[in-house]
Design a protein around this ligand. Structure first.
Ligand SMILES: [Zn+2]
Length: 249
């Protein structure tokens, strides 16, 4: 059994919709998926309604909508929804830095509601050189909230050695494996992943794909090939057990 802890669905159905996700999940024998809301992809409320219609299969991760004055109250309401399992901060898409007061306030609320927080620091596009888009940028907020489980999306690629040092210094850091193994296929730093897992421990990793940008079946094959030499127990931790525990699903 596998849980995919990193997928998206488009509210307007333009790239990948709920039906397409569920079809691919069946094909790839993925039992559950955590779907992440993002500005211009899907709204929090719509996502949670879709999860409710697919209860036990889809779970929602919401983002604080800093563009609304009511964002704190809204976030509390979202966290109270039975299908909400976490919060996402995406500094590049949300146009915010990790040292912003509002990010700290969102973490305070997440802590209060026992929500894990995923942060995407993938450097790309107009905000390529933003100071928040590197693994070490997560260190201050991670230190400030030692009780929150913080997941670094896409393994912090391409800076995965920095991710290793971040995880070594902070026991509450977890590492998401989505997207980068396909995007950086053939690049030498991918070979650093297995030593990274050994150094940090397989209990700190979560499997994800990044559907619809990545095909579910294709990605699980890439990950199976990458980890073909590890024990079944370790593989089960990284594709199922850790996510179950972190997100309480
Ligand atoms: Zn994503």
């Amino acid at each position: 059994m596998i849980i995919d802890a990193h997928t998206h669905v488009y509210e307007n159905g333009s790239h990948g919709g709920v039906e397409q996700l569920i079809t691919q999940m069946k094909e790839a024998e993925i039992e559950k998926s955590i779907v992440i809301a993002l500005p211009n992809v899907c709204s929090n409320i719509w996502l949670l309604s879709q999860c409710e219609q697919n209860i036990g299969t889809l779970y929602g991760m919401v983002f604080p909508n800093f563009s609304l004055e009511t964002w704190e109250k809204d976030l509390i309401n979202l966290f109270s929804h039975k299908c909400c399992v976490g919060m996402k901060i995406h500094p590049r898409i949300q146009n915010i830095e990790l040292d912003d007061q509002r990010v700290e306030r969102a973490f305070e609320i997440a802590e209060q509601y026992g929500m894990p927080v995923e942060v995407d620091i993938f450097p790309w596009g107009e905000r390529l050189n933003s100071p928040s888009l590197k693994p070490f940028a997560l260190h201050p907020i991670t230190q400030k909230f030692p009780n929150i489980k913080i997941i670094i999306a896409h393994c912090g690629a391409p800076h995965i050695l920095e991710t290793m040092l971040l995880a070594k210094s902070n026991k509450n850091i977890y590492i998401d494996l989505s997207f980068f193994l396909k995007y950086f296929e053939g690049f030498s730093f991918i070979q650093d992943l297995e030593p990274l897992c050994k150094k940090i421990g397989y209990e700190r990793f979560v499997y994800g794909s990044d559907f619809p940008y990545i095909n579910l079946n294709q990605y699980i094959v890439i990950v199976q090939n990458m980890f073909e030499d590890i024990t079944n127990k370790n593989f089960e931790m990284l594709t199922y057990l850790n996510t179950k525990e972190i997100f309480k699903i």
